[in-house]
Design a protein around this ligand. Sequence first.
Ligand SMILES: Nc1ncnc2c1ncn2[C@@H]1O[C@H](COP(=O)(O)OP(=O)(O)O)[C@@H](O)[C@H]1O
Ligand SMILES: [Mg+2]
Length: 513
Amino acid sequence: MKLGTKLIVYLLGVVIIVMTIHGYLSIQQDRDNIVREIRTGMRGFTRAIQAALNNIYGDDKNLKATQDFIDRVGSRGNIHGLVVYDALGKPVAVSVSLQETKEFPDLDPTPILQIDPGPVFEGGEGMEGYADSPGQLVYYRAEPIFNSDNNLVGAFVLGRRGWGLSRTIEARRNRIILTTSTLVFLLCLFILIIVRRNISRPIQKLIERIREIGKGHWEQRIEVSGRDEVSFLALEFNRMCERLQEIYSQLAREQEEKLRLERDLRHSDKLASVGQLAAGLAHEIGTPLNIIFGRAENLLRRPRSAEEMNENLRVIRSQIDRIAGIVRQLLEFSRRKEPTFRSVDISFLLVGVKSLLQHKIQEKGVEVETAVSAHLPRIQADPDLLQQVFINLYINSLFGMNTGGAIKIGAEVTQDRDPLPGKAEGGPWLKISFEDNGPGISPEHIGHVFDPFFTTKDIGEGTGLGLSVSYGIIKEHGGEIRVESEPGRFTRFVIHLPVSPSQTDSERRGVET
Ligand SMILES: Nc1ncnc2c1ncn2[C@@H]1O[C@H](COP(=O)(O)OP(=O)(O)O)[C@@H](O)[C@H]1O
Ligand SMILES: [Mg+2]
């Protein structure tokens, strides 16, 4: 229920209860006033009738005259009727108004006929009261009848209609209903306006602003006017926004700083790898340079036919291309780049990395086996960052290995049930494993290999950045990297990278892009 409606319902409840009690009490008071008035009037009137009946009935026992008398009195104005009782309390005369229901259809005689005059006989005194009959109130007074010797010889009951009272009560009731309804209506209107102006509208504004702020518009503020609770709420809310904005921008700054540091670290790590690669690549450049040198010498030594010259120049050009290619690869790798995610073919990437490291692999006399499943799905990734990860893993493996060593690289799609930490759902994942049979990692070191600057290598040989940078890169791709090792036997790094389901589908259907 809305606040306004609730308020109206509660207030109306209170108003109606108060008005009902007030109405009831007023009606009671009116009734008492009228009853008092009627009683005073009745007392005088009954005394006159008593005097007449003392005479007609008390002394003479003249039933005929009694009947005539009470018929005459009983049909007058407000008089409801009369009943005369003998000394034994038996009715001896009932006024015609109480008998003839046809002649007096609006008179119900029952309340008067039912009144027991017993107490009058016992106390010898009059009694009075009022009786409810449907639609009206009837007042009665009962008095004893004496003979001239002052002996109690009978009693009579006189009833009087309370028209006035009924009418007054009705009018009063109507007036109360009217006042209550008017009051209720005005109150509704009043509450509605007050609630709308002071509560609903400000709260609505508050909600709108909160929604805006929820969308990230931290700079939004709520206008504060007035000094009520809603205004204080708005004020507090504004303060909270300010604090949030401060915290938010501080977080953004810190995040920015962290990103910058991370990029710097990545770049340092890359440069360290480049250093490792450069030696091998320099060696690799030697071969084509030798070929170029030989062919150039050849050309210089004596004149050649145009055909022979062409042949030599073609060889020279292709060897220059080869050198340019090698240098380009290295430069490309060492360049500082902004991360860009795109559709990446992992098997292609793995082949490229292997060729970049070919010389080092040969130098160490290590065997590389790749078990990459056919039709691997492409994934959304930054190829340069992933390349950096693979180069790090290769270099780490090659470091401790000698002739006869082997590196096994596998890539496949898995539907691992268990979700990775922080992920709501399980696979499909692209699982890349990188295993070597080198020296392995000792148990006391294995928990630290992903720590920044953790290295077991000598100064100049290791920076301790490779695995921590790789860890960050894989996390940035929504994946995970784990390590398992048995010293003296193997070291295995397993990477899980998320594959979006649509990509797997399109790949399975053979939609190659
Ligand atoms: N394939 C591996 N075999 C044995 N030890 C490894 C291997 N890969 C990593 N490590 C250990 O993890 C440490 C951290 O590796 P890394 O972060 O790449 O730094 P760095 O290679 O500069 O030492 C290494 O010093 C080494 O002790
Ligand atoms: Mg390393």
